[in-house]
Design a protein around this ligand. Sequence first.
Ligand code: F6R
Length: 602
Amino acid sequence: MCGIVGYKGNFINVKVILDTLKLLEYRGYDSAGLAFCSEGNLFVRKSKGKIDNLYEMVDSLQTDLVVAHTRWATHGIPNDINAHPHTSGPLALVHNGIIENYREIKERLKDYDFKSDTDSEVIVHLIHSFYKGNLFDAVLDAVKILKGAFAFVVIDNNTKDLVAVKMESPIVIGLLDSGFLISSDIPSIIKWTRKIISLENGDVFYVHSNEFKIYNFLEQKFVSRNVEIIEWDISVAEKSGYKHFMLKEINEQGKVIRDTLFGRIDEESLKVVLDDKVREFLDSLNIDNIIYIACGTSYHAGLIGSYYSNELAGINSTAFYASEYRYIEKKYFTSKNNTLYIFISQSGETADTLFVARELKQMGENIVTIPNVIGSSMYREFLSFPTRAGIEIGVAATKTFTAQLVNILLLNLYLAQKKGFDVSHVIQELLFIHEVVDGILENYEYIFDIAEKYVDYQHFMYLGRHLMYPVAMEGALKLKEISYIHAEAYAAGEMKHGPIALIDNKMPTLYVLPFNKMINKNISNIQEVKARRGKVLALVDKKSKEFVKDLVDDLLETKYVNEYLQPFVTVIPLQIFAYSVADFKGLNVDQPRNLAKSVTVE
Ligand code: F6R
């Protein structure tokens, strides 16, 4: 995690750097800092808490050399000292990632006075230990020793040189008319430039005067990298009248579904039309196994995908957490061209997911990635089938989840059609699902009133069966991450195998219950909860409502749709419920504690 920014060029107002840094705040926001050169001196300003604290500290200073950082703590608590940049002599450095061998390096640097508890501080002292007046040479010596994931930018107040290094963690270089703006992602800098170089692993980007060169320490040679002109339009994130980005993003889901579907279904023949490269790739395979790999919300999308693959495409399928699949011993794996791995990640940078994808790519496995961020590592390094959700600012994933579902469903519908299965009834409804979603979003204020009743509970149970089980998991994740209420999600049939012991009048159950073939089983579960004095909040459509309305305490409502499309319409009331509870509690919905939007550490 963490966001890093660097600048070298003609004079720039430090506030521009802070504005850029603010766009990286989704990556971490427990402390922030910057170091800049002015009139021959190196100044450092750091502060626990949000970037906003820094604006007052720098007023409207001009500088030609600066690094800045927004932190998500890994080593050492969030405080002023652990905040980046860290300095050593004339050098100041900001880092994103984890230095795995920092203890050994610290041992070796006994002469240095370490001020912080961070792993990052070792980098700047290590570079300084090799420094004899040339920053580039010193960095090349240091990277030979560093182990782990790192993207860092270091500046030298003596020579006014800047070096940026990428190893696993993301970093991009923006080319300005006169100078260079470096950042952890593209969206944060395209306000200033659309000319971008994305560094590759092992790249050391070095600027001396106004000239730059790139050396790759893995390949041990100077390399050239393409300058990409970024065409895509991002309307810089605004809340557009909504109280929070999360609420805005929830409300964008109809549009996101429409955009992600656009051009990918032939409305006359009802055939799925995949992007050429993805189609050619799938056509070249004879798949009889699909494995979805992802983390968090994206994993829930993958789990839903495994039901689609098993039932719609008739292909054996499972979903794994990337952090688990990473440690599955793969020595007996043999690539038989029959397994397709689908990696899902809105950021396209999640460390665990990326690690497994790279590992399997090296083993020659078949991989498609579903990233949302264009230009991310998963987008660039693999055959990707991107979603079109636009930038998601709220840390809790909402619209990117529905966009992932669209792409996962499209892939499975394509594979089903390839096998000659008739899935036109699903496609027919999929074409209009955005309208159904918009309809649900026309009337959700009643959820605020229901949420108010549940604000003071400490625990929640979420239940669902079949496709509604991953949806229940996603609903529970939303509640816990933004409202800090403990929420357990269970496959409803598993209730009686243990979790039922938790049920009493202090633990309400939210049952995800649209009408489908399991309605009677679900009703039995509800009765079991009621018999133990548990409150039940049921998410129903007009058909299932008739079955349970007299049985439960409160109703969240959605529209009745084909069972394979139910994830699209059931997740929305759950997102709004979690949002409302968190908002009633007065919490920072868009930036919940301890979290970050992009998890680039293991
Ligand atoms: C939950 C959430 C996280 C992410 C997870 C994976 O709201 O945002 O659980 O889903 O960190 O992130 P990506 O999709 O970027 O790989």
